[in-house]
Ligand binder design. Sequence first.
Ligand SMILES: [Zn+2]
Length: 691
Amino acid sequence: MSSMSAEPAPAVPSADNPLLAESPLPFGLPPFGDITLEHCREAVLAGMAEQRAELGAITGSTEPPTFANTVEALERSGALLRRAGAVFGNLSSSLSTPRLREIERELAPLEAAHADALRLDPVLFARVDAVHEARHDAGLDPEAVRLVERHHLDRVLAGARLDDAGRARLSEMNRELSELSTQFGQNLQLATEAAAVRVADAAELDGLSDEEVAAAARAAADRGLDGYVLPLLLPTGQPVLAKLRDRELRRRVFEASVTRASSGEHDNGPVAGRIARVRAERARLLGFATHADLVLADQTAGSTAAVDAMLSSMVGPSTANARAEAEVLAEAAARDGVTDLAPWDWAFYSERVRAERYAVDTAALRPWFELDRVLVDGVFRAAELLYGFTFSPRPDLAGYHPDVRVWEVSGPDGEAVGLYLGDFTAREGKRGGAWMSSFVTQSRLLGTRPVVVNNLNVARAPEGRPTLLTLDEVDTLFHEFGHALHGLSSAVTYPRFAGTAVPRDFVEFPSQVNEMWALWPQVLSGYARHVETGEPLPSAVVEALDAARLWGEGFATLEYLAATLLDQAWHRITPETEIGDPAEFERRALADAGVADDLVPPRYRTTYFQHVFAGGYAAGYYSYIWSEVLDADTVEWFRENGGLRRENGDVFRERLLSRGGAVDPLEAFRAVRGRDADPAPLLRRRGLTPA
Ligand SMILES: [Zn+2]
């Protein structure tokens, strides 16, 4: 990667740049049709300059530091950068192009330097420090006190107490990390596209539906190739592995999946190793033993010891469950003459056992899960019954791509809440996985209301046919919508605390809770209608789904724990640790943690572990299961109180969802549950018994 100057190009945006002014559209929805990538680039650069000027006004003030002229002024600053950054950030995830990636590479180090300047400016820190000292004597309300504490802690963790030499080193490290993460993400995207599996003969695709075969043919045609192409998705496990009868093709897909970005021009191994090394050095500079210690100081978990205690209690039971599952699979495979069960066979025979034992062929359920019915009669309907939210399509409002649809959200008394954007289908230039993000976040101080978006990667249906979901995709939609609800429910004063702006090990909790409604009888019966006949999902299937729930939990928990412990291993190194070959480091880490299993590879291997090397989850991948403890306990609370009732939704929304980061998250949890979280419901739910 070429070195880049930290000095921004002169920011002289063209006068017709629509990002320069507040959007005239409802709720501040960006006028996507008028915005070009060059507008984004200019506006981000101009936004950084504007915020630096605002920062100069704060630090140049001759007034003594107060909450209003320092911390609140910081919250108000950066309006243009917030607006432009949200548009550009969302486009980089959902609609990437070569030009966008070029701009990303240009802006990433500048944005990192800008963020550093905001957190590390010594005059600013002295003012924040003074406000922090006096925070309890200034007549501030609890949210304002917490805001001061967060601004103070952010800066301490970022190195505001370092001397000039330390700050310079830190800034250099942050710049390098930002470049490396961008490189990791780009390598992964290109390597994943290049690793798509080519198939010459349709006969090899035996097991796939006609629709999936057609999609594979289209994927080949899109690339200008003959035959068929099976594109890869992000986790290790590829959905087609559950269906392909051709064992050799299964092996090829699996190998392509686990070796992604591990050699050649897009090799992420050295990039990941370098990222871990620089993070370790940065942690040392900031006074922490490892990067994991630094990260956990700022999470609800609090310490690496708390994380270890939770993870290690699950390794034994999940390994035992996975072994038991493997025995059942080996028997099923033996009936096909397969006597050497391999990792590429797991999903295929697991699906067969599920179908035989539990009489559920989840692939055959897709006709009951038509995207729009699931969304409108399932996801939206559950939110209406629980929270009183209603959703009206706004076809007059355009998204950033023709696939994107917009709904206006109203509250229980008909009041305008915000906008919900849905972008559900996969396409070139969209990153893998599913997520929620925001174009505008709620704040009473700024007078803004939320504009949130959900992205999924559902395979596009053939022209004129309805889009059908798998059961997993149904769960994913409920999950991501749980994040959207967190954003939409937000009722805080300061943008710093809006919606999902909570610690990472808490942010998955509300979204996981929302998954409980996917199979809730009253919700399911409303949306699961056969796309051609309108018939409801037979109750025998629903019962079987429930019985089948525990099948595969050993595998799922173990592959997750392996990825989590791999993440911890990479972030518990010190600057002195000899990393060596990254693949060997990975093998050793998994063996040391007791999760090296020939049949159950980690959910993510190092070279495609985007969450931790190019996302916000470094040393934080454990948080999914940490927050699932809170989730499982909350599910019990809903059940104990009668389930899907407005009274329950109101408690959950008012005491927890609406508070965002404005209160201590575990305090919000206690306000709902009446006590601390109990891990027992999670172990029960997964069929795991404590060792
Ligand atoms: Zn999530």
